[in-house]
Design a protein around this ligand. Structure first.
Ligand code: PLP
Length: 379
């Protein structure tokens, strides 16, 4: 690796994510789609949303999709449709975005954490046994950073106890696990189309996908004030409908998703190749039979905070997802957890760093990021 001057200001910045580059490539298609919705003057629950539901369900290899207002709503509605209610417990990993836990809390249920595996950052199936109680009502398997959780042992554990497994698939759309598409593994899967996701809307949006006609019908009702028929509500619901403009934009982007996914995978392979020469950096692990879609390319490094600063001084974007595990969030102080309760999640929170990753990233930018990290480690 070559060395660089102290602060290479003439060098072009490398952002962690560059949505403007994506818009530059597909802006024309997006504007045409938005114009089509404007011309139809149908803005909520129309043909774009219905078509998107079919297309995303097909991508995930399931029968039904129900479009909702966000990934968080998808989780709340899926949990509720599975019968989770106040006083119940739901098993989930502590190393995830807070929404996984707050969806459980929104129903008055209690999140019960099970530690992660240190190598994949996803829930450790062998931890479930220690945490399950007679009050456990569901399990959420999060596919963090674009890599599936090791779902088979989770499904076996759940089946033996008649518990539903809900996939938090906010970050791994398009990924697969042992030949099966993520989103088709549990009883339902919750997708987020938050703008920064691999398939991102131009605002908030989400979807529940499922093979169960019964769950899909219930969620369809719940997302629209509990109305199974027009102006006839059978149970309390609220407004979690997806609007047509977002659906039309997502349908345009869906046409590009597999190319974008291949680009992300090729960037990850290039990072891996460069980091194989750099001791001290642990690249993402992809177990045999798993397909990673690299929503994030996340390395692990002991001197994480110093590296984060070093990169930022050199105009290279990087982000810590996530610096505080859920069991130590002030939100959950009443649960009484303390540091040391979930050591793998806590260590990950101190050592992970997500590097620039987006389809339009160029090879020379990847080289620059890897060389800068090698330079940091030599200092
Ligand atoms: C793991 C995880 N779960 C849930 C969510 C919630 O999705 P949304 O932001 O669409 O509500 C997100 C996204 O931000 C996420 O990353």
């Amino acid at each position: 690796m070559t060395s660089h001057p102290q602060i290479p200001s003439p060098l072009e910045p490398v952002p962690q994510l560059d949505l403007a580059a994506q818009y530059a490539a597909i802006g024309g298609e997006i504007r045409t789609a938005v114009e089509r919705v404007m011309a139809s003057q149908q803005f909520v629950l129309g043909r774009e949303g219905a078509a998107l539901e079919e297309e995303i369900a097909k991508l995930c290899g399931v029968a039904h999709g129900v479009a909702v207002a966000s990934g968080t709503d998808a989780l709340i509605l899926a949990l509720r449709a599975c019968g989770v209610q106040a006083g119940d417990e739901v098993l989930l990993p502590p190393f995830t975005f807070v929404a996984t836990g707050s969806a459980v809390s929104a129903l008055g249920a209690k999140p019960v954490f099970a530690d992660i595996r240190p190598d994949t950052y996803n829930i450790d199936p062998s931890e479930l046994e220690r945490r399950v109680t007679p009050r456990t009502r569901a399990i959420i398997a999060v596919h963090l950073y674009g890599l599936s959780a090791d779902t088979d042992p989770i499904l076996a554990f759940a089946k033996a106890r008649n518990l539903p497994v809900i996939e938090d698939n906010a970050q791994a759309i398009g990924a697969s696990y042992k030949g099966r598409r993520i989103g088709s593994l549990g009883v339902a899967a919750c997708v987020s189309f938050y703008p920064t996701k691999n398939l991102g809307a131009y605002g908030d949006a989400g979807m529940v996908v499922t093979n169960s006609a019964e769950l899909a019908a219930r969620i369809r009702t719940l997302r629209n004030h509990g109305q199974a028929e027009k102006y006839l509500s059978s149970e309390p619901g609220w407004n979690s409908r997806l609007d047509e403009i977002q659906a039309a934009i997502l349908r345009v982007k869906l046409r590009h998703l597999s190319n974008w996914q291949r680009a992300r995978q090729s960037h990850a392979a290039e990072y891996n190749r460069l980091f194989s020469q750099v001791p001290g950096v642990m690249p993402p692990l992809v177990p045999e039979g798993f397909e990673h879609v690299y929503h994030q390319y996340t390395i692990r490094i002991e001197q994480r905070d110093a590296l984060h600063k070093f990169l930022s001084e050199r105009k290279i974007g990087s982000t810590v997802y996530y610096p505080c595990p859920l069991h130590l969030q002030p939100l959950y102080s009443a649960l009484g957890h303390k540091p040391g309760d979930f050591p793998h999640a806590e260590r990950a929170a101190q050592e992970v760093l997500s590097l620039p990753m987006y389809p339009e990233l160029r090879k020379e930018q990847i080289t620059r990021v890897a060389e800068t990290i090698a330079e940091f480690l030599k200092c």
